[in-house]
Design a protein around this ligand. Structure first.
Ligand code: AMP
Ligand code: TRP
Length: 336
């Protein structure tokens, strides 16, 4: 069976950017790729590359698991798990670090951005973060990896590493392909529409969280930055605010940008904003209801236990095959 793999960090609460760039895409891909099995995980090992409060991290891990499911993923053909509970991820990270070059990691724009923001105490794990991510993907022989635009460069590195290892050690890994949504791969901040909507953003006015109540959603959209032209038109260069709202609406409705623009061509900014707010509220309502059901139930742990066991079987086997090819350990026959 072919595999699709992706992960999301449990750092901060889930926002509309992560939903439209990643989760909503997982849901539609599950329908589109009806023959594939999905390995989706909560990337807690990635989260600790920057400082985390342990209690908050554990809570965020559980919340994210519930939200993944609340967004409509089907439990068949899905293994949902917590990354740190499958030890092979940590193991693979080390093996692959022996083959990744400093030069290629130094070129990663996300590392440069994050390191710049954090004046002191940049961890070495933040630097090798893309290697951990490559391991996450290669462990499962993923054919496709659905991600937002900001992960494209990490996927390129994963492909380079897979090819390098295959050339040196014989066919070991499937070389994965990124799947980036046409609309919604980069949702921007509401107040700063030239910066992506980010979990680590300190300005909450930039963000819509998936669990925000309707009145907050309405308030945030109504105060989103626009421009003085007065025409609802897609032009990210000159009209980043309006273009971002058009993208949000289009992604929620699974419409093209052109069709969305045509729908609002002669609408005032105030009415357009109201329509965007209403659409978000309507879309999030069933997700929020299902989330509240799941978060207090034991179903969630059952699903995560099963996901951990499914994932471990495949991942352990892959890590062992690699260790063998690398000449690690003794070549002992399995005991009877
Ligand atoms: P993260 O929350 O950083 O672990 O990201 C999880 C997934 O959401 C990745 O595939 C990102 O590319 C995607 N993502 C994060 N922020 C945004 C955004 N503002 N717009 C679109 N996709 C995003
Ligand atoms: N690095 C990704 C992000 O920040 C999350 C992630 C970790 C991931 N491992 C992955 C995504 C493997 C896809 C596949 O968004």
């Amino acid at each position: 069976m072919k595999h699709i793999v992706s992960g999301i960090k449990p750092s901060g609460d889930l926002n509309l950017g992560t939903y439209l760039g990643a989760i909503k895409n997982f849901v539609s891909l599950q329908e589109r790729f009806s023959e594939h099995h999905f390995f989706l995980f909560i990337a807690d090992l990635h989260a600790i590359t920057v400082a985390q409060d342990p209690q908050k991290l554990r809570q965020a891990t559980k919340n994210l698991a519930a939200l993944y499911l609340a967004c409509g993923l089907q439990e068949e053909r899905l293994s949902l798990f917590v990354q740190s509970e499958v030890a092979a991820h940590t193991q693979m990270n080390y093996y692959l670090q022996c083959f990744a070059y400093m030069g290629e990691l130094e070129r990663m724009t996300q590392f440069k951005d994050k390191a710049q923001k954090q004046e002191t105490g940049v961890s070495s794990a933040l630097f090798t973060y893309p290697v951990l991510m490559a391991g996450d993907i290669l462990l499962y022989d993923a054919e496709y990896v659905p991600v937002g635009d900001d992960q494209k460069q990490h996927l390129e590195l994963t492909r380079d590493l897979a090819t390098r290892m295959n050339n040196r050690f014989g066919e070991l890994f499937v070389v994965p392909k990124p799947l980036i949504p046409k609309v919604g791969a980069r949702i921007m901040g509401l107040q700063n529409p030239t910066k992506k909507m980010s979990k680590s953003d300190t300005n909450v006015k930039d963000i819509i969280y998936l669990l925000d109540p309707p009145n907050i959603i309405e308030k945030r959209i109504k105060s989103a930055v626009t421009d003085s032209e007065g025409t609802v038109r897609f032009d990210p260069q000159n009209k980043p605010g309006i273009s971002n709202l058009l993208t949000i609406y289009a992604a929620l409705e699974s419409l093209s940008i052109e069709d969305t623009q045509a729908r609002f061509e002669s609408t005032s900014y105030a009415d357009f904003k109201q329509a965007v707010a209403d659409k978000i509220i309507e879309h999030l309502k069933p997700i929020q209801a299902r989330y509240h059901e799941l978060i207090g139930s034991s179903t969630l742990d059952d699903i995560l236990n099963r996901g951990r066991d499914d994932a471990s079987k495949i991942a352990n086997k892959k890590a062992q095959t690699l260790a063998k090819r690398l000449g690690l350990g003794r070549n002992i026959k399995p005991s009877r």
